[in-house]
Design a protein around this ligand. Structure first.
Ligand code: GCB
Length: 593
């Protein structure tokens, strides 16, 4: 699905701003069919949960309604009119006046509807978007809903971040010609110093000839092609490199009787990614990942996309010497992916499949542990929902040069019977959808080399390990030995590249000790340094991404103090001592290259 953009043949209007907002009640059965009777307004983009003072809204489980009126520009007659929702977490339903025009499940991926037949150029219509935050065993991510004695629904889930919901990304009104470019897929290769750009495009709405023009960053034409599928060769190509992004512009034109009826321009980075032995090569060179697992999270906005935070977070990543991040634990806003493309940041792109691990319930509560993979828990329907988010993620992000790998899931119960049957078809699907990128998953501490049942299916092994925190807290000597033993076992068993995709310690900014005292700033520094000594001793380790970039909100629980405090930065992006320690290491790694 193409990102909405204006071009010579397309216009784009943001319909972000303040929308009427109401929580669903049984007393208004069809809230879209008239003006919402509500005193509340909600900001879009933003999660709604932290906007209001009423806990009943924050904790609401079910549908909420957003509504506003929208005027179609008067110049749009004869154009197709599209509503595009960048994300509705987790289920969205779009109504134009009284008609439902779109329904989508999956909270972090976009969807759109062609509303041409229901609206008129120059006139207003009532746009209502319902958003449902419920998670069940049939959604990705999964959850459980229970109904208490008062009849209220209670949502629980198995992932460690707050279940923010609503319209956390932009909503657009977009015009498109009837005959238009529907999709484009670009892959790149190198042939000596020549860049090989393989383009496949599809049209919709009628027949047209396709014309391709590739321009360099100065706007000079460096290649061209004809037809929906073409290969453009660029001599002396400037590569897209980590830390040194270079983007070409590919313009795709649909031409009917010599006239351009549609035009779309896509940024193209020429680069290769491959796994060779225990290395990951970008443009043929071994790459060592430094950086973070992140979250889309900030005060008041929740998961609402915010360009100021986008710029500032990337500034901090640059300052600290990070060359990469993982979109833990769901696809991020497309603005983030575009920014990574433009600034040469390498991305491990993760699906929203987090918390596929019911073992964690037993681990945390000490109670009985249900089986993760069973007809009553995560089952074939869950897997179909998982397949769908993989399809939509690859469709959305396949053309980003920053994306070097797909992460199919975070910390599933890969040691439990049924894991292989669940994951094998999903890995096959990911490879079919995109044969050009390595595929990985992120392994949980309970599934070590020898008990994990799926690691051999993947190209790269990503590990989340908490030696010195959840196990052996305060004993970094024992933790170091245990970590090294475990990593050597993985290295020996698989011989594949390995990345430490999570390691970290909860840390209260301002808490200090001269001893190895968990929660202090000194302990966070020492624990990270302990991991680094081990990483440096294991040749198959090709990267380290600290958990987490910044403190973030979680559900309430006795082991979280106003959220997860493993941030290297606080939630308002102030550095803890670990930030300075990481900066020293990562800038040295960066300049050694
Ligand atoms: C993990 C999860 C992450 C948690 C983290 C923690 O393994 O992948 O979502 O936030 O541990 O801090 O416990």
């Amino acid at each position: 699905m193409l990102k909405p953009k204006a071009s010579a043949t397309r216009e784009l209007i943001s319909i972000d701003g303040l929308w009427r907002f109401a929580v669903d009640t049984a007393s208004t059965p069809e809230p879209w069919s008239s003006t919402l009777d509500t005193p509340l307004e909600a900001a879009v983009p933003a999660s709604y949960n932290d906007l209001f003072t009423d806990s009943a809204i924050r904790d609401h489980v079910g549908w909420v309604w957003y509504q506003r009126s929208v005027r179609v520009p008067r110049g749009w007659s004869g154009e197709r009119v599209i509503v595009r929702v960048d994300a509705a977490t987790h289920e969205g339903a779009v109504y134009v006046n009284d008609s439902r025009v779109a329904h989508h499940v999956g909270g972090y991926l976009p969807f759109e509807a062609d509303i041409t037949e229901l609206v008129a150029a120059g006139e207003e219509f009532r746009l209502t978007i319902g958003v449902n935050n419920e998670l069940t065993f049939e959604t990705i991510p999964p959850g459980i809903i229970e109904v208490d004695a008062s009849g209220a629904k209670k949502q629980s889930y198995f992932h460690d971040f707050y279940n923010y919901a609503g319209l956390a990304r932009s909503v657009w009104l977009w015009s498109r010609p009837l005959v238009h470019i529907d999709d484009v897929t670009v892959t790149t290769q190198r042939d000596g110093s020549t860049g090989v750009v393989d383009v496949a495009s599809t049209l919709i709405g009628g027949d047209a000839d396709v014309r391709l023009t590739l321009r360099d960053a100065s706007g000079a034409v460096v290649g061209s092609g004809e037809g929906p599928a073409a290969v453009i060769r660029v001599s002396d190509a400037v590569l897209w490199q980590p830390g040194a992004a270079y983007l070409y512009d590919l313009t795709i034109e649909a031409v009917v009787d010599g006239a351009v009826v549609d035009e779309y321009t896509l940024a193209v980075g020429i680069r290769t990614v491959e796994v060779s032995g225990a290395q990951i090569l970008i443009n043929g060179e071994p790459f060592y990942f430094t950086g973070f697992g992140k979250h889309e999270d900030s005060a008041v906005r929740g998961k609402g996309h915010d360009n100021a935070y986008l710029v500032h977070d990337f500034q901090l990543m640059d300052w600290i010497g990070a060359n990469s991040f993982r979109t833990s634990h769901y696809p991020y806003a497309e603005e983030v992916m575009d920014f990574a493309d433009r600034h040469g940041i390498v991305v491990i792109d993760e699906t929203p499949a987090v918390g596929l691990n019911l073992g964690i319930i037993g681990g945390i509560t000490g109670g009985p542990t249900p089986k993760t993979w069973s007809p009553e828990t995560l089952n074939d329907t869950t897997r179909e929902a998982h397949a769908q988010v993989i399809r939509e993620l690859v469709a959305r992000d396949k053309n980003h040069p920053s994306v070097v790998m797909w992460s199919v899931t975070n910390e599933p119960a890969s040691n439990e019977e049924g894991a292989r049957e669940y994951f094998e078809p999903l890995v096959t699907l990911t490879r079919e959808l995109d044969p050009s990128r390595p595929v990985t998953f992120v392994n949980v501490m309970m599934a070590v080399a020898g008990t994990d049942l799926i690691a051999d299916l993947f190209d790269v092994i990503c590990l989340n390990r908490y030696y010195g925190w959840y196990v052996m807290p305060g004993d970094l000597v024992a933790a170091e030995a245990a970590l090294e033993t475990e990593l050597r076992a993985w290295e020996q068993l698989y011989g594949k590249p390995m990345i430490m995709t999570e390691y970290g310690a909860d840390t209260i900014a301002g808490l200090h000790s001269i001893h190895d005292q968990p929660w202090t700033e000194e302990y966070q520094v020492k624990m990270l340094e302990m991991f680094h000594r081990v990483h440096d001793r294991i040749p198959a380790m090709v990267g380290e991404q600290v958990w987490n970039f910044a403190d973030f909100q979680t559900s309430s629980g006795f082991f979280r103090v106003d959220g997860n405090k493993k941030g290297v930065f606080t939630r308002d992006r102030k550095p803890k001592a670990a930030a300075h320690a990481l900066r020293a290491r990562w800038t040295a790694i960066g300049s050694a290259k």
